[in-house]
Design a binder for this molecule. Structure first.
Ligand SMILES: [Zn+2]
Length: 156
C-alpha cells in the first residue's frame, strides 16, 4: 500500500513536471500568438469591462453623448470626443434657468432621455461651452447698449 502511494507520488511528480515543462515550452514557442489572443480577448471585452465599471449616471451620459454625436459641435470645428470633457449645451442659452426648472443639473441627462432628446441641445467641450457663455454675455451687453443708445437717441 505504502509502495503504491509512493509510486503514485513519483508518477504525479514526474507528470506534473512534464506538464509544466510542456506548458512553459508551449508558451515560449507560441508566445506571440498567446499574447495576441489575450489582447484580443481584452479588446473584445473592453467595452463590457468598462461598462461594468461605469456608474448609472455615466451610462446615461454615454447614451446622450452617442445620441448627440459624441463630439464637440463648435461651429468652427473642434476635435474633442472625450466623454469627460464633453457637456450638454443649450444652444439658445438659458441653461441655468432650465436646470433650475427641472430640479438641478443632475437631472438634465434624465430629462433629455425622458423628453426623447429634444432639439435645442448640442455637445460642446468645456472650453467651447465657456466660450459660448462668454459670447452670449457679450451679445446681451451689446443688445443692452444698443437699446440704451436707441433710447437716448429717441430723447433727442
Ligand atoms: Zn470644443
Amino acid at each position: 500500500m505504502e509502495k503504491h502511494r509512493e509510486q503514485c507520488r513519483e508518477s504525479y511528480k514526474r507528470h506534473s513536471k512534464e506538464k509544466s515543462d510542456y506548458a512553459r515550452k508551449h508558451y515560449i514557442e507560441n508566445k506571440d500568438e498567446i499574447r495576441n489572443q489575450q489582447n484580443e480577448s481584452y479588446t473584445e471585452n473592453k467595452g463590457n469591462i468598462n461598462l461594468r465599471r461605469k456608474s448609472y449616471r455615466e451610462i446615461i451620459k454615454e447614451k446622450i453623448l452617442d445620441h448627440y454625436g459624441h463630439k464637440c459641435q463648435w461651429p468652427e470645428g473642434c476635435d474633442v470626443v472625450d466623454s469627460e470633457t464633453l457637456t450638454i449645451d443649450h444652444i439658445d442659452g438659458g441653461g441655468n434657468k432650465h436646470k433650475r426648472e427641472i430640479g438641478g443639473s443632475n437631472r438634465l441627462y434624465k430629462w433629455l432621455i425622458d423628453n426623447n432628446f429634444p432639439e435645442g441641445f448640442r455637445l460642446l467641450c468645456w472650453n467651447h461651452n465657456w466660450k459660448h457663455k462668454c459670447n452670449m454675455e457679450r451679445e446681451k451687453k451689446f443688445t443692452n447698449i444698443e437699446r440704451a443708445k436707441d433710447f437716448f437717441i429717441s430723447l433727442w
